[in-house]
Design a protein around this ligand. Structure first.
Ligand SMILES: Nc1ncnc2c1ncn2[C@@H]1O[C@H](COP(=O)(O)OP(=O)(O)OP(=O)(O)O)[C@@H](O)[C@H]1O
Ligand SMILES: [Mg+2]
Length: 311
């Protein structure tokens, strides 16, 4: 089965610069994929190619099997693209704006009124529908842009930095909207610079740098790949030295070192090995009050996968 969004070997050059270099990936229905990479990595260019706004030099993108090269009009019907910046419209209210785009999408009569109502409801813009767009805050404008993107109920959504400039509450709200859309089995590709947010929002990530995909997959898998050995912090009632002494006697335990009120060590034995280590500490008479495997956060994943090269 082909995915809802399938990017196949896409390359785009601007003069000598390879903005996108042989990039391939798939986003399945109901999946939220995060696109991360430093400034100039090629995220927007890739997304614009998916949205039929830029032609690739080589490769193709299929949206539900339709090609952006051969069938761009069909692709547009199935795709919602939220760009990273969009025009400002003065003397236009939220309702007028959405109604205008609903017309452009070919919605007529009752169907149009119903759909405009639905997207305003979904994005909580209904109470503000008479407000002028020029008077909206950044967060409200982002919602409006998302509402516009949803008018034709596209199965595939491409959101370029939808959370940029939003305050924490607005980000949580956006996250909930995106999850609700995934629950409707839409395929969602979204880029962001706010890494913690991608962790909470996405099932898997694509890391891109200098136009090349550096890594892809579920975050947990990427973390495991980058840190195959577990790093564990342990603190016991008996204190640092007794804990260190006990750990040094145990199989599989490596690189034991004091850290604050506890001890950090590494272990290669997987979850079973860690459980056995904890049981052994208790058996030799220690009373652990903390035993915490350290998670790599997305920022560390990002820094280890990219080199900070600008192009
Ligand atoms: N129309 C264009 N003409 C020439 N170069 C371009 C054009 N569009 C993009 N580029 C270049 O292609 C590269 C990738 O740009 P792109 O906008 O895709 O990066 P990005 O990953 O979205 O970055 P950011 O995180 O800053 O949004 C950059 O070096 C950029 O300067
Ligand atoms: Mg960009």
């Amino acid at each position: 089965m082909t995915g809802a969004l399938e990017v196949r070997g896409v390359t785009k050059r601007y003069g000598k610069l390879k903005a996108v270099d042989n990039v391939s990936f798939t986003v399945e229905p109901g999946q939220i994929v995060g696109f991360i990479g430093p400034n100039g990595a090629g995220k927007t260019t890739t997304m614009r190619i998916c949205a039929t706004l830029v032609y690739p030099d080589t490769g193709d993108v299929l949206v539900r099997g339709k090609s952006v090269l051969d069938d761009p009009r069909e692709v547009r019907k199935m795709l919602g693209f939220m760009p990273d910046s969009y025009g400002t419209y003065s003397n236009t209210t939220i309702w007028e704006y959405l109604d205008f785009f609903a017309r452009a999408y070919g919605l007529r009569g009752d169907a149009r009124a119903r759909r405009v109502g639905e997207v305003m409801e979904f994005t909580s813009l209904a109470p503000l529908q008479e407000k002028e767009i020029a008077s909206l805050s950044k967060g409200m404008k982002q919602r409006l842009c998302l509402a516009k993107t949803l008018l034709h109920d596209p199965p595939v959504m491409i959101l370029d930095e939808p959370a940029a400039g939003l305050d924490p509450r607005a980000r949580v709200e956006l996250r909930e909207l995106v999850h609700a859309l995934a629950g409707m089995k839409k395929s969602i590709l979204l880029s962001s610079h706010i890494l913690t947010e991608l962790t909470e929002m996405c099932d898997s990530v694509l890391v891109i740098e200098s136009g090349e995909l550096k890594a892809s997959g579920a975050l947990a898998d990427l973390k495991r790949k980058l840190r195959p050995t577990a790093l564990v912090f342990v603190r016991t009632l008996q204190g640092v030295e007794a804990t260190e002494r006990a750990l040094l006697e145990l199989p599989g335990v490596e690189r034991v070192r004091a850290e604050g009120e506890g001890v950090m060590f590494e272990h290669q034995g997987g979850p079973e090995g860690l459980a056995a280590t904890l049981a052994a500490l208790i058996r030799v008479g220690l009373a652990p009050i903390e035993f915490t495997p350290q998670e790599l956060d997305l920022e560390e994943v990002f820094l280890s996968l990219t080199q900070g090269k600008l192009q």
